[in-house]
Design a protein around this ligand. Structure first.
Ligand SMILES: C[S@@+](CC[C@H](N)C(=O)[O-])C[C@H]1O[C@@H](n2cnc3c(N)ncnc32)[C@H](O)[C@@H]1O
Length: 224
């Protein structure tokens, strides 16, 4: 499963950024800014961007003064984003469920739209917890399965009609965008991910809906 997802992201890398902007009408960058702000003060501190893709979150964390390391298993996504970050930024090809970093080595971590792609999201949360230092936060930004019937109906319509059609047209890979839509449909609710983060060992966990719950943050803190 992981290998197929890796290949899929390598394949859609060239059109990934343009499609994000079109599909979200540009709101996705505001969500990413909010995710970076939710890390708290990060200037001069080491921050890990997991499932970093084309490095939009990594760039924003760098702009906030963090010393950023970015990891993703799709090399083509990292290569595509390389020009957005400072020369020499550490970009590491790695599986989010097996991170090649020492325990407690980061003062913050981000996972944007990556958690729902993991075969085992709990393992991904445990790995993020392992590499965080006391007092650090992991901020997860994703499309969770909405609890409210109306939001869910709108999301289903968008995911089944708009996403595969526009995604297929621009990227030439309709199956990839069908997969992405299905991954949102079957993902956990925000509250379920919050419970998962507690089970992964985070001491304080809370959520924040963005744009009427279209996307949301789960903020996971390690006690100081
Ligand atoms: C939807 S993209 C999000 C990229 C970026 N964080 C953003 O905000 O646009 C999901 C990323 O997760 C990566 N990914 C999925 N499963 C992964 C895994 N098991 N380990 C590492 N990266 C993974 C994919 O390669 C892809 O780049």
């Amino acid at each position: 499963m992981s290998a197929a997802i890796n290949r899929m992201f390598d394949h859609i890398a060239p059109t990934y950024d343009a499609l994000n902007r079109v599909l979200s009408l540009g709101i996705d960058q505001a969500w990413r800014k909010r995710a970076v702000a939710a890390l708290g003060p990060i200037a001069g501190r080491r921050v890990l961007d997991v499932c970093a893709g084309t490095l939009d979150l990594a760039r924003l964390a760098q702009q906030a003064g963090a010393e950023v390391t970015a990891s993703d298993f799709a090399q083509a996504m990292l290569d595509r984003g390389r020009a957005k970050v400072a020369p020499g930024t550490e970009l590491v090809r790695a599986d989010a469920m097996h991170l090649p970093f020492a325990d407690g080595s980061f003062a913050g971590a981000l996972n944007g739209f990556g958690l729902r792609n993991l075969d085992d999201p709990l393992a991904g949360l445990r790995e993020a917890r392992r590499v965080l230092a006391p007092g650090a936060r992991l901020v997860v930004l994703d499309f969770f399965r909405p609890r409210r019937a109306v939001t869910r109906a709108v999301q289903l319509l968008y995911n089944r009609r708009v996403l595969p059609w526009v995604g297929g047209l621009v990227s030439g890979d309709r199956d990839a965008y069908r997969y992405l839509a299905a991954s949102i449909d079957r993902f956990a609710t925000r509250q379920e991910v919050e419970a998962m983060a507690r089970a992964a060992g985070f001491d304080r966990v809370w959520g924040e809906d963005l744009t009427a719950g279209i996307s949301a943050l789960v903020i996971c803190e390690v006690k100081p």
